[in-house]
Design a protein around this ligand. Structure first.
Ligand SMILES: [Cu+2]
Length: 161
């Protein structure tokens, strides 16, 4: 029963994610599908994800971001340290010519501190990205109910109770 409900939910979520695909351009930088996961209204921090593609022949660098809905936005990466996954702040993210840099759960992400409004499924908010060469561009981040990506292979080991 629970499994059936979950499958229905997952199917609906996949459809809504496709419907939400959207993109932006700043100079040579193509910004693909900025999104955030919906959170309970009390959450003080959130995260945003997207894909940056450098379509030019010059290296560029994402140097920061701001949003009117957050007191502060930091660039974060996940690192393995002492057997744990930890987040740490990074100053900038290089985007080599002809490559894509993916911000995703468990990897690079934008960390939004001091949220001024809840991340509600179906909503959206502005995020301004700053690039060394492409300059400043405002994108619209869509808030989805997308679940956490399935853990690799061994996730069955602890899901049978
Ligand atoms: Cu973070």
């Amino acid at each position: 029963m629970r499994l059936t409900q979950f499958s229905v939910l997952l199917g609906a979520t996949l459809l809504s994610v496709q419907a939400l695909a959207h993109d932006f351009t700043a100079g040579d930088i193509h910004i693909i599908h900025p999104w955030s996961r919906a959170l309970p209204p009390v959450a003080p921090t959130g995260a945003a994800y997207l894909v940056l593609e450098n379509k030019g022949d010059q290296a560029d660098r994402l140097t920061g971001a701001t949003s009117p809905i957050a007191g502060r936005v930091e660039l974060h990466e996940h690192v393995h340290q002492d057997g744990l996954m930890k987040m740490q702040q990074i100053d900038s993210v290089a985007i080599a010519p002809g490559t894509q840099v993916e911000f995703k759960p468990g990897g690079n992400h934008f960390m939004l501190f001091d949220l001024q409004q809840p991340l509600v499924e179906g909503g959206s908010y502005p995020l301004t990205l700053n690039f060394e060469h492409a300059g400043e561009v405002e994108v619209e981040v869509k808030v989805t109910g997308e679940p956490a990506p399935a853990a690799p292979a061994d996730h069955d080991a602890h899901s049978h109770h």
